[in-house]
Design a binder for this molecule. Structure first.
Ligand code: PEP
Length: 250
């Protein structure tokens, strides 16, 4: 069975003090969850938040890392640096980074490899635009995104990949994919994983849904057999909202 996960993606929100306060609040309200709980924070928060959540059930993720190992890349943050903060995960392939920072499948492949080489687990985001959905191209889009950046990994490396299906038209828009729409493509994604890594590995791969997921729609989404949890943007910025989604796992 795939691990059940609720992961937050704070994006470029919260200054350091606000981030520490939110992490503290989460350690107080999230107790004995029925899923893994991860918070994805900006780089500058990582080391401090790692201290705050030490000994709690909350795990830590970065939202990005460089596609170079080290050296003269002013302003970049390497996978090794991320790992040294205490973070265990990194979110890669988010549609905002693909779109606004021109992250191509090749760049993402380099980032994935460096993240894994440095002992990070990768939350790898895929998902189609509204135009692609309207042209019924969502399956070919997600398969190409997987093939372009992660399907070259060997079976051992694959165990450190979590997939987040995030239809771009549902991110931050208040428009959620219906549970049936999400389940249909999650099942397809799992079948793609099975083609490459076999049925057993596919069954053990966590496939998260992201896109305007909140406490009110999480129970219906998480009840679907191929939805193993959520990657949460807006609703991860308030402890009560995030906890509401975690509680959807019962
Ligand atoms: C995201 O960007 O990862 C996301 C799912 O955002 P939101 O929950 O705000 O739609």
């Amino acid at each position: 069975m795939a691990k059940k996960i609720v992961a937050g993606n704070w994006k470029m929100n919260k200054n350091l003090q606000e981030g520490i306060a939110l992490a503290k609040e989460l350690t107080e309200v999230v107790k004995n969850p029925n899923c893994d709980v991860i918070i994805g924070t900006p780089f500058i928060h990582l080391a401090s938040v790692a201290e705050v959540i030490k000994g709690s059930c909350i795990q830590l993720s970065a939202e990005n890392c460089a596609n170079k190992a080290s050296g003269a890349y002013t302003g970049e943050v390497s996978a090794e640096m991320v790992k040294s903060t205490g973070a265990e995960y990194v979110i890669l392939g988010h549609s905002e980074r693909r779109e606004y920072y021109n992250e191509t499948p090749e760049i993402l492949k380099e980032k994935v490899e460096l993240a894994l080489a440095n002992g990070l687990k990768v939350i790898f985001c895929i998902g189609e635009s509204l135009e692609e959905r309207e042209a019924n191209k969502q399956n070919e889009v997600v398969k190409a995104e997987l093939a372009g950046s992660v399907f070259h990994l060997d079976a051992e490396a694959w165990k450190n990949i979590i997939i987040a299906y995030e239809p771009i038209w549902a991110i931050g828009t208040g428009k959620t994919a219906t549970a049936d729409q999400a389940e249909e493509i999650h099942a397809y994604i799992r079948s793609c994983v099975a083609e490459v890594y076999g049925a057993e590995a596919a069954a053990e791969t966590s496939i998260l849904y992201g896109g305007s997921c909140k406490a009110s729609n999480a129970p219906e989404l998480f009840a679907k057999p191929d939805i193993d949890g959520g990657l949460i943007g807006g609703a991860s910025l308030k402890a009560a909202d995030f906890k509401g989604i975690i509680d959807a796992w019962g």
